[in-house]
Design a protein around this ligand. Structure first.
Ligand SMILES: Nc1ncnc2c1ncn2[C@@H]1O[C@H](COP(=O)(O)OP(=O)(O)OP(=O)(O)O)[C@@H](O)[C@H]1O
Ligand SMILES: [Mg+2]
Length: 454
């Protein structure tokens, strides 16, 4: 466009009219015309500047939209209400291997695989009632391959709010699928690594278990050994004395032999020595029995027993073994007959009570609350100690095999694992744990009062 500012309109218009104005115009009239032309010229210049500014803004907006569209990795196509393409972004052009100019004006449905054509043809109808979200459609790529896309389609309105077309965006699923495959591969590797870790943890746990069992067996066995050596010595002395008796030795010799061989002392010691040895042997047998239970929990026949008495006797058993006594609060009915596996229930209760005493070891005033109750055909025993409770992390792990916070040789970490299994599988019940709101851990054993497997 010619630059109006350089046209010398006034020069032409103001060309000397000649000695007299041809149409009899006065000088004033000419000046008036020149003024008007001046104004028109100023207006024209203003419009020109406005136009150029608007044009620059429009070009800037256009560049901005282009740069946004071409930086998108998702494909984007704009179509009119008839489904004819008006614009396509760079990702779409690259995927299809056709220029935007080629695409403009073609049918949107022609871009997609044949199977998807009817669906695309329905897009204009669909968008009148709302958008289309995440439907999987295959598009024909430049190399002829059908590339799956997750497609969204939304309506486009003009500035009067009338539907003017639609905007279709699509994300190639190949990339997502590849990412998913990578994720799966990483997950597999992670699982293998985890299995190795579990395996080595199992071996370490087995080591701890063996160390624990060895430690547990060592005490009663050394006790029995010690007693047996003493009994052997006692036996020799008794033999000497009995020989004298058999040979009919005189009373004073017998008396002397009785004293020198300390026969009276031997006779006094004999009872406790044998009782102690038996106890040691029983302890060994118990440990072996427990290990067998651990390896293959035996199914026991159910019997009817009083749960309250069983709680009391379990408490008595543990109390006998622990050094520090505790203040016990029992909250239970006079009796609660239950038909279930008595031996297993007792084993669970002993484990829970033993753990409770362990948790309060060294406390000034250890307190243990035992509560027995029944609702809806289920009996419940709650064992709550007043120790420091269990940390949130450990709450999830206390039932894991070999989980223990006790020193090596003190705990195998099997007590709760076995109890949990026994409660669920042998007693048809459940064992759970929580930290009591007023402090300490609380374990709850719930069993049916009439076991289903009778
Ligand atoms: N009443 C409790 N208060 C706090 N922590 C507890 C309590 N009961 C169990 N725990 C935690 O749970 C862990 C596992 O208990 P579990 O009875 O299975 O094994 P253990 O007592 O360590 O060994 P054992 O096999 O000899 O019973 C314990 O080491 C302890 O950390
Ligand atoms: Mg235990």
């Amino acid at each position: 466009m010619a630059d109006l500012r350089h046209l010398d309109l006034r020069g032409e218009a103001a060309a000397p009219p000649g000695p007299a104005a041809p149409l009899g115009m006065s000088e004033d009239a000419w000046i008036e015309v020149i003024h008007r032309m001046d104004e028109i010229y100023a207006d024209l210049v203003r419009y020109q500047v406005d136009l150029e500014e608007k044009n620059a803004a429009l070009e800037e907006a256009q560049r901005f939209i282009d740069s946004v569209l071409s930086s998108m990795s998702d494909v984007l196509v704009v179509a009119n209400v008839q489904g004819r393409i008006q614009r396509a972004n760079k990702a779409m052009v690259n995927l299809l291997g056709r220029s935007e100019a080629e695409l403009v004006g073609t049918e949107l449905s022609a871009l997609f695989a044949l199977s998807a054509a009817p669906m695309i043809a329905n897009f204009p109808d669909h968008i009148r009632t709302g958008g289309i979200l995440d439907c999987e459609i295959e598009i024909l790529a430049a190399n002829g391959e059908a590339v799956p896309l997750a497609v969204n389609c939304s309506p486009r309105y003009d500035n009067e709010g009338t539907l003017s077309g639609m905007v279709v965006t699509g994300r190639p699923l190949g990339e997502l699928r590849r990412a998913y495959r990578d994720l799966q591969e990483t997950h597999k590797q992670l699982k293998t690594a985890q299995q190795h870790l579990v395996q080595s943890e199992k071996m370490a746990s087995l080591g701890r278990l063996v160390a624990g069992v060895a430690h547990e067996l060592n005490n009663p066995i050394s006790f029995v050994f010690g007693n047996m050596h003493t009994l052997q010595r006692y036996g020799e002395r008794l033999q000497d004395y009995l020989d004298l008796v058999q040979r009919g030795a005189p009373p004073d010799l017998l008396e002397q032999a009785r004293k020198s061989n300390r026969i009276d002392r031997i006779l006094k010691d004999l009872g406790p020595l044998i009782a102690g040895s038996l106890e040691g042997a029983e302890r060994v047998s118990d440990i072996v029995q427990n290990l067998r239970h651990f390896a293959t929990p035996q199914h026991q026949k159910c019997s009817t027993f009083d749960l309250c008495r069983l709680v009391e006797s379990s408490l008595a058993w543990v109390s006998k073994a622990v050094r520090q006594q505790a203040q016990i609060r029992l909250d239970m009915p006079a009796e609660l007959p239950v038909h279930n596996s008595e031996g297993h229930v007792q084993q669970i209760l002993i484990n829970l009570i033993q753990n409770a005493f362990d948790a309060m070891n060294g406390m000034d005033q250890p307190r243990l609350d035992l509560r027995v109750s029944a609702t809806d055909g289920h009996a419940r025993v709650q064992v709550r100690d007043h120790g420091s409770g269990i940390s949130e992390d450990n709450l999830l792990r206390v039932f894991d095999p070999f989980f223990t916070t006790k020193a090596v040789g003190k705990g195998t970490g099997l007590g709760l694992y076995i109890s949990y299994g026994l409660a669920a599988e042998q007693c048809a019940g459940a064992l759970s744990v929580r930290n009591h709101p007023d402090g300490g851990a609380e374990f709850t054993l719930e069993i049916p009062m009439e076991a289903p497997h009778g």
